[in-house]
Design a protein. Structure first.
Length: 275
């Protein structure tokens, strides 16, 4: 906005400079658009692409925290989510579920089960519109607020983390998140498990270069199916959890990672984390 104002001011005072003023505005728009289309970019505001370093006194060093966060999007799903919860329990793992608000309204018991079993629910908008990044300030704020209401009504919890549908954003998102006290989270790596039905390939994408601090993305809703017909996450998750155990990496919620980081002191929860 300031740049646009400055450009108009320049043209008013020095009309012959209009090509420079116009170029600056065009470049600004291109950078903002690129930042919004690139889910892991930090151009549009703080964005967790890794976990913050864990607290001093934790078994790992700050540079290599011994935990990852499994994040599971687009549920709750009546066929998949309870089986995902069972798999997580079997491996004593915790996860963060970025749920779609209207799906919570349809399946509130599943949302309650997620929280009762010590996982976390994040805000993934109310309707998961593919045109979310084209909404104006009011539309963005409404999608966020309605999802917060659905989460609160079903579970009594207030979500602390937000993920945009497909990770696509626009410059109106950051102010809305700040007002709602939500931290934007993208991911370190994802398996494209809504389109890839090969459990092997999804697992390979998630575990290649796996290290502490990673945020991994899987889906219980909109899940692709394996050749045997099951949701990909159900075949990937047991093997991923075994790989984490072999690498001595715990799976924790984002809230737990934030609590560790706050204990640590210098990392401000809303300042974002360098990738
Ligand atoms: Zn999604």
């Amino acid at each position: 906005m300031a740049l646009h104002g400055a450009a108009i001011g320049v043209v008013l005072v020095r009309p012959q400079w209009w090509p420079w003023a116009l170029s600056a505005v065009v470049v600004d728009q291109l950078v903002l658009t690129a930042g919004g289309l690139w889910p892991r970019s930090h151009l549009l505001g703080p964005n967790w692409t890794h976990l913050p370093p864990l607290a001093a006194g934790a078994p790992a060093t700050a540079a290599a925290p011994a935990a990852v966060a499994i994040t599971i999007d687009d549920g709750p799903d009546p066929e998949v989510t309870s089986r995902v919860l069972d798999l997580l329990d079997e491996h004593n793992a915790r996860a963060t579920f970025f749920c779609i608000g209207e799906r919570i309204d349809r399946h509130p018991a599943l949302a309650r089960a997620i929280v009762a079993r010590q996982h976390e629910i994040g805000n993934h908008t109310y309707r998961h519109l593919m045109r979310f990044s084209l909404l104006g300030p009011r539309g963005v704020a409404q999608e966020i607020a309605r999802a917060q209401e659905a989460i609160g009504a079903a579970t009594g919890e207030v979500a602390r983390f937000f993920r945009a549908p497909a990770g696509l954003r626009n410059p109106f998102l950051e102010p809305a998140l700040t007002r709602a006290n939500l931290q934007l989270v993208s991911w370190t790596r994802r398996g494209f498990d809504t389109v890839n039905g090969s459990a092997e390939r999804v697992l390979e994408s998630l575990t290649r270069h796996l290290r502490g601090g990673d945020i991994l993305l899987l889906h219980d809703g909109h899940a692709a199916r394996t050749p045997s017909g099951s949701a990909v996450i159900l075949e990937v998750l047991p093997r991923l959890l075994r790989a984490l155990a072999a690498a001595q990496l715990a799976s924790i919620t984002l809230r737990a990672a934030l609590a560790h980081a706050s204990d640590c002191g210098p990392v401000s929860p809303l300042s974002g984390v360098p990738s």
